[in-house]
Design a protein around this ligand. Sequence first.
Ligand code: NAD
Length: 260
Amino acid sequence: SLKGKSAIVTGSTSGIGHAIADTFAAAGANVTINGFGDAAEIEAVRAEMANKNGVEVRYSAADMTKADDIAAMVADAEKEFGSVDILVNNAGIQYVAPIEEFPIEKWNAILAINLSAAFLGMRAVVPGMKKRGWGRIISTASAHALVASPDKAAYVAAKHGLAGLTKVVALETAEHGITVNAICPGYVWTPLVEKQIPDTAKARGMTEEQVKKDVLLAAQPTKEFVTVEQVANLALFLTTPTAASITGSLQSIDGGWTAE
Ligand code: NAD
């Protein structure tokens, strides 16, 4: 049980992050949710998560491209909940284009949100975790932390970087009761995947149906999308006492993708 623990899950107004936040709340944690979206919808998500699970849920509007926002999000959670025991670096964006056309501002935004935000978050939570002698840091990386696909220069670079960052911080915190791991999902059916289908179709001259079958699920031997609940329960497992010796690891959950 995560009763009495406090968790921050970045990018949890949608998709994988929402499922992780909900699963942690169901396990008894007080949760800080974060991400963009319609204010009324976010408030509805927040209230439902809190009421359903009998825990406190706060919303932080921190923009993961802004170092000050990230520091303030952590400081707020420490003040309101007394600690940040679990940090999930999950916020992420994607952009698909060949290298010679890849917009520089998209490169910068992806590196900021998918990689630098995790550095800033870890930097902010580790002192409190060390003081208390317990902490769990989990980053949503990707199969693209291990292997590449064309047209995803920034995303693949950021996710490979996140894998390296995970290993470094795991070593630095190993004697302090803190574990640092990354989850590497294959294709999970979320708005992030749905939104890249038209661009991939354009870049490869395919129909959207062909992209789903021949590009996305072609990479995944099971021919099934991973579910957000499967990813969330793997994240929950990493917080349990059984997982105390798992640190600095990259946990594949990809239907066999990276076995090929
Ligand atoms: P999603 O688009 O459903 O959710 C992304 C979340 O990040 C949203 O809550 C969004 O508001 C938030 N976000 C975006 N920019 C932000 C910013 N600047 N500041 C704060 N929050 C911001 O996507 P998802 O598929 O659930 O992806 C979540 C994570 O999982 C990402 O890191 C993604 O790279 C990773 N991932 C996804 C898949 C997949 O197939 N869906 C596979 C592997 C890894």
